[in-house]
Design a protein around this ligand. Structure first.
Ligand SMILES: [Zn+2]
Length: 210
């Protein structure tokens, strides 16, 4: 498949809140990596993914909801930096080619109300918590991995009914436009068939995007 820069869309829409977690320090690596590489708080997706997300605007509007985009296209160089900060197996894809974020065919999202207040979910997006970030950076992963169990779609806890019903509502909304969930991260959604055999690993320049 041949691709050019016009195949990539910068998300600018009233129903979407762009709050890229790697453009600020509150993320698993504790650094504003996207700022460091002059990318910034910008959410870009492949047009094939955008077509599905754009379909959501009607339902979001009707239900008075907003979708917060916490990660989208991840520049290859950002992936490499993050991988160097946490070189532990299982945290970041082995190579950028294997990450649908680097191909612009995945998003990390959560739901907010009309005023942009985040709904409650069983964990933070990307399971980010400062204490786990600090532990993981020290190589202590046990407590974090135990917390990560709550990030699964099959996690259930009677005491978290509200958060779990929000997780389900998000899943229903994302699946209604044909996006795919992955079981171990409630916030991550893929464009089906959005892998390297169909979408190239591309280095986008922020200045070239509209
Ligand atoms: Zn993700």
């Amino acid at each position: 498949m041949s691709e050019n820069k016009s195949s990539y869309i910068k998300i600018k829409n009233d129903r979407f809140i762009v709050d890229m977690m790697y453009a600020k320090k509150t993320n698993m690596v504790g650094r504003a990596v996207y700022k460091e590489i002059n990318w910034g708080n910008i959410a870009v997706v492949h047009v094939d993914l955008w077509e599905r997300l754009e379909e959501l605007t009607k339902v979001l509007e009707k239900e008075k909801l907003k979708l917060k985009i916490c990660d989208a296209y991840r520049p290859k160089i950002a992936h490499e930096i993050m991988k160097k900060i946490i070189p532990i197996e299982g945290f970041f894809a082995k190579t950028p080619e294997r990450s649908q974020h680097c191909l612009a065919t995945a998003v990390d999202v959560c739901l907010c109300d009309d005023d942009g207040r985040e709904f409650l979910f069983p964990t933070k997006v990307d399971a980010y918590k400062k204490k786990y970030c600090e532990q993981v950076l020290q190589g202590e992963v046990d407590e974090f991995l135990s917390y990560l169990k709550k990030a699964r779609h099959d996690y259930f806890d009677e005491k978290m009914k509200n958060a779990i019903s929000n997780r389900k509502m998000l899943k229903d909304i994302m699946e209604s436009v044909g996006l795919e969930s992955i079981n171990h991260e409630w916030w991550h959604y893929n464009l089906p068939n959005g892998k390297i055999d169909r979408y190239p690993l591309i280095q986008l320049d922020v200045k070239e995007l509209g």
